[in-house]
Write a protein that binds this ligand. Structure first.
Ligand code: ADP
Length: 555
């Protein structure tokens, strides 16, 4: 179908529906033939313009013109009134689009209030003002009645925008598919509403008894709003309103018993209020549901990602461990194999030194000395590398270690740690730790070796050793009076081959502390240092404290 034909058909359809519903509303016009408290076309045209666009405005004008012409027979007043009605619909739709979220106004509580204020309450003053003025100007009403007619006209339009417009706007999108249980619940709720409507506004109570029971409509509306959101709330509010209107017009229910226009105005106010309440509740409930669904979705995605992340990390760690293991094995075997030819070089150099020395020139002797020194250094380096890779490869079974006994043994074994070469003060008691004795011996020897090595030439090394308990750990401190370490070097000295001092000043391989760190960490401990340049350093080792057993022993 061509576009303009479709357009024209839509305009005519809107005009038709406007006319029929308008004529039905005007049936209950009592203050003036053209002004009624029941005016469905207002909400209908607002919804139509919001759903299909402003281009349908001629349908509003035509429908309004026909409905009024059929009532008062005047071309001019009907045309003018129709202009007011059209202006109201267009302004209302514009306000809803600009300020209240357009056709989605009923998705959020905030936009519902804006919809009530702008299109419903404000834009409707246009047609009331324009329409009643036309009636008065053309002699169809007296100016003294202006206020009363205006009020009726305006309330009829407001309530129509509040009840009829949401019904169309909300039901323009289909409700989601419901489970059989929820469909049964919806049916039950509809029945409850029908029964309440019939009881409060219908014929079950005698016509003369108009008890103020209208509040009974609230609980089922709240129920339906919370369970079936905007679709349920708008339909239920419309159903109750229709029942209430029918009852009131036939003289039943709490709003009957007043002059008809008064009854209708009271009824409209009631219907508007419960509809807004139900719609706001429904919007809040559906917003909460959407938030819950979004949260659930997010949690699901997070769990999925966390799972795959965990698997990736486990995979990579396994691969990394494998690679590190291979590298360690590789460096171990290389270092090991390097020692054999090196030992041959050392041996032949020693033979040369003892057997051929008299025949060598002074220069030749010096070269031979340098070969032997270099070979010895290389041997030390290889041995240290071997120790380093062994720390990572071997099992380190843990047991309770008596630190005091261990230290005495270490000091005994190496004459460099004894007086007069060094003065070592062990402050008892040294508390027991959980460690691997061989590995710990290696670490402490390395630290003590450095403590006696890194002193100003000519200064006798003085070392103090003490321990302290810290929660579940024991901290062993080894303080020296050495040259100290600059703050920017404190961390790097624990890395392999990192040296602060050159080999000429203080010989070494740069592996001792790396071995200590690796070994201590494998035992579940920590190692660190505090130092002051020129005053000395304090190396500390932190290891787990043994747990006391039932029989009082440590384990
Ligand atoms: P090495 O002693 O063979 O050089 P280490 O790994 O044991 O290797 O030590 C690394 C570096 O840390 C040393 O070269 C030295 O510069 C510094 N260092 C270690 N212990 C001390 C200490 N007690 N006093 C000053 N500097 C130290």
């Amino acid at each position: 179908m061509k576009r303009w034909v479709r357009n024209a058909a839509a305009i005519l359809a809107l005009a038709g529906v406007y006319f029929v519903s308008g004529k039905a509303g005007l049936k209950w016009a009592s203050v003036n033939a053209s002004a009624t408290a029941v005016w469905p076309p207002s909400g209908l045209s607002l919804a139509a313009l919001l759903l299909f666009g402003y281009r349908l405005w001629p349908g509003v004008w035509l429908g309004a013109f026909l409905a009024n012409f059929a009532t008062n027979g005047g071309w001019l007043p009907s045309g003018a009134i129709a202009c007011g009605n059209t202006l109201e619909a267009v302004t209302g739709a514009w306000m809803a689009n600009r300020l209240a979220g357009g056709k989605g106004a009923f998705d959020h509580a905030q936009t519902i209030f804006k919809f009530i204020l702008f299109p419903s309450v404000l834009s409707t003053t246009i047609s009331a003002t324009c329409g009643v003025a036309t009636l008065c100007f053309t002699g169809l009403a007296f100016w003294r009645e202006y206020h009363l007619i205006w009020q009726t006209w305006w309330i009829g339009d407001v309530v129509s925008d509040v009840i009829v417009a949401p019904l169309f706007l909300i039901w323009a999108t289909r409700p989601g598919k419901e489970s059989p249980a929820r469909r049964a619940e919806a049916l039950l709720l509809s029945l409850v509403i029908l029964l309440v409507g019939q009881f409060v506004f219908g014929t079950w109570l005698p016509e003369t008894k108009s008890y103020p029971l209208e509040y009974l409509a609230v609980p089922p509306l709240v129920w339906i709003a919370l369970r079936f959101y905007q679709h349920g709330a708008s339909a239920a509010a419309f159903l109750i309103s229709a029942l209430a209107l029918w009852g009131t017009l036939h003289g039943y229910g709490p709003f009957a018993g007043h002059p008809q226009n008064e009854s209708l105005l009271l009824l409209q106010t009631f219907m508007g209020t419960i509809t807004v309440t139900a719609l706001v509740l429904a919007a809040v409930a559906s917003e909460r549901k959407r938030a819950e669904q979004a949260e659930e979705l997010l949690r699901g995605q997070l769990e999925k990602h966390a799972g795959s992340l965990e698997r990736t990390v486990a995979d990579r760690t396994a691969r990394l461990r494998e690679t590190v293991g291979e590298l360690e094995a590789f460096s171990y075997s290389i270092s090991h194999d390097l020692r054999a030819p090196l030992r041959a070089m050392q041996n032949y150099a020693a033979i040369l030194q003892s057997d051929e020395a008299p025949r060598l020139s002074g220069e030749g002797k010096s070269y031979l000395d340098r070969i032997i020194t270099a070979a010895n250094r290389l041997d030390r380096l290889i041995q240290d590398v071997l120790k380093y890779s062994r720390v990572g490869r071997l099992d380190t079974p843990l047991a309770v270690v008596d630190l005091e006994k261990l230290l005495r043994e270490i000091i005994e074994q190496y004459h460099g740690f004894r007086e007069p070469r060094a003065e070592i003060e062990v402050r008892p008691p040294l508390l027991a730790v959980v460690a691997n004795e061989a590995a710990l011996t290696q670490c402490i020897s390395n630290i003590l070796g450095n403590a006696v090595k890194f002193v100003v030439p000519g200064v006798a090394p003085r070392i103090r050793i003490w321990s302290e308990a810290e929660n579940s750990h024991i901290r062993l401190n080894i303080a020296d009076n050495g040259i100290g370490i600059a703050p920017n070097h404190l961390e790097k000295i624990f890395r392999i081959f990192e040296r602060v001092h050159s080999d000429q000043t203080y010989e070494g391989t740069g592996i001792g502390l790396a071995i200590a760190k690796k070994a201590i960490e494998r035992m579940g401990g920590e190692i660190g240092v505090t130092s002051e340049l020129g005053r000395g350093s304090t190396f500390w080792i932190q290891l787990p404290k043994p747990l006391p057993q039932k029989d009082g022993r440590l384990a």
